[in-house]
Design a protein around this ligand. Structure first.
Ligand code: TRP
Length: 343
């Protein structure tokens, strides 16, 4: 592509450019309702008004040891889940991170504009180092740089993420700002966007801790859990010795259930308090379990239909990688030129 072409492209698309949204989830399997509410569910609402790019971040996943055949399977499964949740491949770019080489390429460059000290202060790095004490690899350390590359490659305006990713957005902004400070306006400075509810779904067995994929069986409700399992898990949810369904300090278990119920029904916390006034925790827990199971049922059946169609999934991956790759290559070329690489 000639330089002139590049310039006219930018000018043509600039005035009616919709905001660009980028986000990703790791294909590490066992996605929970926390991942669903905190990420994927919210994305479906964004796809109408924005240019959305949603990624399966397999390169991030290998910062902890993965079984190769599982990783491959989880990659297909996560894409199927995106689609089953209602993300429309006609409206959004859906792709797998390792299919677009620009992510690794930009990541290297950005690593040279990221400070050792900054990365050392990342709480996720510190947490994961504790959990994987036998494998504190350099990829775990530079994880935020790759994430910055993901975001900055697409001139992203908004990045919807859970609360725990806030620090990663912050460092992406810092890196972009630093790079722009040296070379002029190359990167768009992205904004994090944290959904009000659903941003932090807590474990059902330990409501002081975030619900995680690796939680004990009863702590985390998985998107693909059976109806019986979902209801059983909610029935066992840890609550407190009070008996009134109300949102208050010191009631983290009930607060969490109310939040989950609110996310799935759209009801406000006050409405929920009212709905369950005079009823005990048992009835409330059952109602939450049934509501979640009912809400997930159509998604699950759609998922099972899609996941068995490998050819369809591969088609989506391919066209997603083509579209994403074109944008990424344009950004990378601009970056390479700025830093003085011969392009
Ligand atoms: N770090 C994110 C998480 O674990 C996943 C991720 C990777 C991501 N790259 C991203 C999220 C870019 C948003 C944008 O949840």
């Amino acid at each position: 592509m000639t330089e002139n072409n590049e310039n006219t492209n930018v000018q043509k698309s600039a005035p009616d450019r919709k905001p660009v949204i980028f986000s990703g989830v790791q294909p590490s399997g066992n996605l929970t309702i926390g991942n669903y509410l905190g990420a994927i569910k919210g994305w479906t609402d964004l796809q109408h008004e924005n240019d959305c790019i949603f990624c399966v971040v397999d390169m991030h996943a290998i910062t902890v040891r993965q079984d190769p055949s599982e990783l491959r399977r989880h990659t297909y499964e996560l894409l199927a889940l995106y689609l089953a949740a209602g993300i429309d491949p006609e409206k959004c770019i859906l792709f797998v991170q390792s299919h677009v080489p620009g992510h690794a390429q930009l990541s290297w460059v950005l690593g040279c504009y990221t400070m050792f000290g900054e990365l050392s202060r990342m709480t996720q790095f510190k947490d994961k180092s504790k959990k994987n004490a036998d494998n504190i690899n350099a990829g775990l350390f530079t994880y935020p740089v790759l994430m910055a590359a993901d975001i900055l490659l697409y001139m992203t305006d908004l990045v919807p993420v859970g609360q725990d990713q806030k620090q990663h957005i912050e460092i992406a902004r810092t890196i972009a700002g630093r790079f722009n400070g040296v070379y002029g306006d190359v990167f768009k400075i992205p904004e994090g966007f944290i959904p009000k509810t659903g941003a932090k779904i807590m474990s059902l067995s330990d409501p002081e801790k975030k619900m995680s994929k690796s939680d004990s069986d009863f702590g985390s409700v998985r998107i693909l859990d059976s109806r019986d399992d979902i209801i059983r898990k909610f029935k066992k949810a840890v609550t407190d010795s009070d008996t009134v369904v109300r949102y208050a300090q010191g009631k983290s278990g009930i607060n969490n259930l109310m939040n989950i119920y609110s996310c799935f029904t759209g009801k406000s916390l006050e409405q929920i308090e009212h709905e369950f006034s005079g009823q005990g925790y048992g009835a409330f827990k059952l109602a939450v379990g049934e509501t979640v199971a009912d809400a997930l049922a159509p998604l699950q059946s759609e998922y099972h239909r899609i996941v068995s169609d490998k050819q369809y999934l591969e088609g989506i991956m391919k066209s997603g990688a083509d579209s994403a790759g074109r944008i990424a290559a344009r950004t990378l070329r601009k970056v390479y030129k700025k830093i003085g690489f011969v392009v």
